[in-house]
Design a protein around this ligand. Structure first.
Ligand code: ADP
Ligand code: MG
Length: 259
């Protein structure tokens, strides 16, 4: 048996196992191993590490595509000094994703512009980085999708889809009143995930006004809130809009400059 035929067969094995990154790295690593007089174990570890890294990167990229997060901002980008009503320690704790272990929900409540979406999306990026299946949707998109699904006879499949991710982000609940059918869809999504998978939900409505999202149907609103809140972290963000804040800072700077 020659070294050449060993090499050819090793390449073939790697090809058969679809370990393309390892196959590509093989000649270079063999050279290195010979030069450094690397042992068998060390060589094998280096070769497999190349493949593990490549597979891991592909998985993360595919999770990131699936997640459909609308902005690149992470929790680290959040400026806590601009929003004193947000507890940096609590966000740090949420960033560890321990809340996902027992399907705890995160509710972000507050007026427009205070960073609710940014924080929810930041949690999403943390979950993707940890290899968790994550999906972002708005309440309006979720409703529209469920409506189409009902028309096209794909209701069950769509419900399974929303049950699937380890973290489901539902943004902007309450901005638009939901028709009864949409409210029912949202209720079913929440019910299915109850105690099974976390939801991060943002809303401009205080909990007391949730009846409004559901066409003043206090039964559905109450039942949904029960499930959402049973295991939950609620963040009430009552500061002023970050956008307005920077507008005002700019306006003040301009005024000062003019004076
Ligand atoms: P909301 O969802 O509460 O309406 P967003 O999360 O969309 O608010 O925030 C509005 C804009 O301001 C976004 O561009 C967001 O990135 C930015 N922003 C809000 N709060 C902060 C903050 N504390 N630090 C940095 N950027 C922020
Ligand atoms: Mg928002």
């Amino acid at each position: 048996m020659t070294a050449g035929s060993d090499y050819q067969r090793l390449r073939a094995h790697l090809g058969f196992l679809r370990m393309t990154a390892a196959a590509e790295a093989l000649p270079g690593l063999l050279d290195e191993a010979a030069k450094a007089k690397m042992g068998n174990q060390a060589f094998l570890e280096r070769l497999l590490a190349v493949e593990v890294d490549a597979v891991d990167e592909r998985r993360k990229a595919s999770l990131a595509r699936f997640a459909s997060l609308p902005s690149p901002f992470t929790l680290a980008d959040f400026d806590f000094s601009a929003q004193p009503s947000v507890d940096a320690k609590l966000i740090g704790e949420l960033g560890t994703l321990r809340f996902m272990e027992d399907a705890t929900n995160v509710l972000l409540i507050g007026p427009p512009g205070v960073g609710k979406t940014m924080l929810a999306v930041g949690l999403g990026h943390a979950a993707v980085a940890a290899g968790m299946r994550t999906y972002y949707t708005t309440a309006a998109d979720l409703a529209a999708r469920c409506h189409r699904a009902a028309l096209e006879g794909r209701w069950a499949t769509t419900m399974r889809f929303f049950a699937g991710p380890s973290l489901l982000i539902i943004d902007e609940v309450g901005y638009l009143p939901l028709p009864a059918e949409a409210a029912a869809a949202l209720f079913q999504v929440v019910s299915q995930r109850y105690l099974k998978g976390s939801i991060a939900l943002t809303t401009n409505l205080g909990i007391a006004s949730w009846g409004k999202v559901f066409n003043d149907d206090p039964m559905v609103a109450g039942a949904m809130l029960d499930r959402l809140l049973h295991r939950s972290v609620v963040l009430n963000i009552d500061g002023e809009s970050y956008r307005m804040r920077s507008h005002r800072a700019r306006a003040e700077a301009t005024r000062k400059a003019l004076r």
